[in-house]
Design a binder for this molecule. Structure first.
Ligand code: S3P
Length: 456
């Protein structure tokens, strides 16, 4: 089998700085959605036939999931002949009965990859050891392992951290679980394990979070029932023993990646930028709702439904912004966008208060601490508590001039590079290499709209 021919990314690595830039302008296509890309590979590998995915995000995190699918017995390759909309690539996955891989599955920096594949491995009944980079090794895995153990899975781990070994099982039992936190990764892991369990698994999701696994399982022919719980949440029921039927997937643009050029357009004077083909599923669009409340001049244009998901071209123009209170119950729909929102908030007039953020402490880094430190070093005014972050906006660009520690976190890296596009002095980040985990074309896209970024 040949190695995947991912297109070479033009990447900046090591120390990089962003400098005050002229008006940003133009249009660019959003990169493929990371969450949907992982799921297309995993569900394709679990299904009986061939799944063709158009616009798959060829970022490090997703390519690690592809490699894991190959180690588990499926074929997952870039289709050299295909070309998706906006130049996105086409991948073919051919499912096969899963086997226990010889070596540990290494998922790099990817929490989504490792947690979803743990659930799928459990459901498939095979054994596997999972490992990741220094950031992933520090993240909690107990949230996934506990429900899987309730289903009868045997595991060994390092106090709920990687490396984790899942033993082969002769059959799991369905469970009735309530999600302790609004985590789509945990929900998805349980759903994928439930495919191999005896009986009907019932998940209570008190706060709604992204539903891509549910939508895609349905597209693969799995029968799954959802029902409101009457208090804003819902119940999901899925019977074990269902076979997945392969289908074709088109990946929409990632709203979490589009957030960076959109934010840059809002804070750099006279900018006018359009990011095309962005997923605007309400369970992912909390950032854009918040920007509107801040007075941002953004519009969803050419809104359409593509493959069952709402998609739009997002136009953003430089705006005079005001601070707002971001309600805690909006967190699941913008969980990855708080670092860039904090940068935008630093440019607004007045205070932005963000609550319900406890999950930000256990992302690729402690994002509350990283944002607070990065803003403080560059002349911003931020304060935090265990689950909140407050930014006092000064209605003007940051002073800049300091280096930000990214702690292996792609979103911290991109957020502060965006800050540097408006700041008086350049903003530097200590390491740009992790940007490739989610947005390998970040530098190409940003420079194409006029951003000045380069080696520090
Ligand atoms: C994701 C879910 C979220 C999000 C992550 C992607 C997914 O994590 O932060 O970037 O694809 O399911 P949690 O499920 O831990 O909230």
């Amino acid at each position: 089998m040949t190695a995947p021919q991912a297109k070479p990314a033009r990447l900046a690595t090591g120390r990089v700085e962003a400098r005050r830039s002229g008006p940003l302008s133009g249009a660019a296509s959003a990169p493929g959605d990371k969450s949907i890309s992982h799921r297309a590979l995993i569900l394709g590998a679990l299904s009986g036939g061939e799944t063709r995915t158009t616009g798959l995000l060829e970022a490090d995190d997703v390519l690690r999931t592809a490699a894991a699918m190959r180690a588990l017995g499926a074929e997952a390759e870039r289709d050299g002949t295909g070309g998706g909309p906006g130049g996105g690539s086409v991948w073919r996955v051919t499912g096969a009965p899963w086997r226990s891989p010889e070596r540990a599955l290494y998922l790099g920096n990817s929490g989504t990859g490792v947690r979803l594949i743990m659930g799928a491995v459990a459901g498939a009944g095979v054994a596997a050891t999972f490992d990741g980079d220094v950031s992933l090794r520090a993240r909690p895995m107990g949230r996934v392992l506990e429900p899987l153990r309730m289903m009868g899975l045997e595991t060994s781990d390092e106090n709920g951290r990687l490396p984790v070994t899942i033993e082969a099982n002769g059959g799991l039992k369905a469970v009735d679980v309530k999600l302790a936190a609004p985590s789509a990764q945990v929900k998805s892991a349980i759903l994928l394990a439930a495919l191999g369990a005896e009986g009907v698994t019932r998940i209570h999701e008190p706060e709604l979070c992204r539903d891509h696994t549910e939508r895609m399982l349905s597209a693969f022919g799995v029968d799954l029932a959802t029902q409101p719980d009457g208090e804003g949440g819902r119940f999901i029921e899925i019977a074990g023993g269902q076979a997945l039927v392969s289908c074709d997937i088109v990946v929409p643009g990632d709203p979490s990646s589009a957030a960076f050029p959109v934010a840059a357009a809002l804070i750099v004077p006279n900018s006018d930028v359009t990011i095309k083909g962005v997923l605007v599923n309400p369970l992912r669009a909390g950032f854009y709702e918040t920007l509107r409340e801040m007075g941002a001049d953004i519009s969803f244009e050419n809104t359409r439904v593509e493959n069952g998901e709402p998609v739009a071209d997002i136009r953003a123009r430089h705006s005079v912004l005001r601070g707002v209170e971001v309600p805690a119950d909006r967190a699941p729909s913008m969980i990855d966008e708080y670092p860039i929102l904090a940068v935008v908030a630093a440019h607004a007039h007045g205070e932005t208060m963000m609550t319900g953020l406890e999950e930000l402490r256990v992302k690729e880094s402690d994002r509350i601490a990283c944002v607070e430190a990065g803003l403080a070093a560059n002349g911003g005014d931020a304060a935090s508590g265990p689950d909140w972050l407050r930014v006092r906006g000064q209605g003007q660009p940051l002073k800049g001039g300091a280096m930000v520690k990214t702690h292996h976190d792609h979103r911290i890296a991109m957020s502060f590079l965006v800050a540097g596009l408006a700041s008086e002095k350049p903003v530097e980040i200590d390491d740009a290499s992790m940007i490739a985990t989610s947005f390998p074309d970040f530098f190409d896209l940003m420079t194409s709209i006029g951003a000045e970024m380069g080696a520090a």
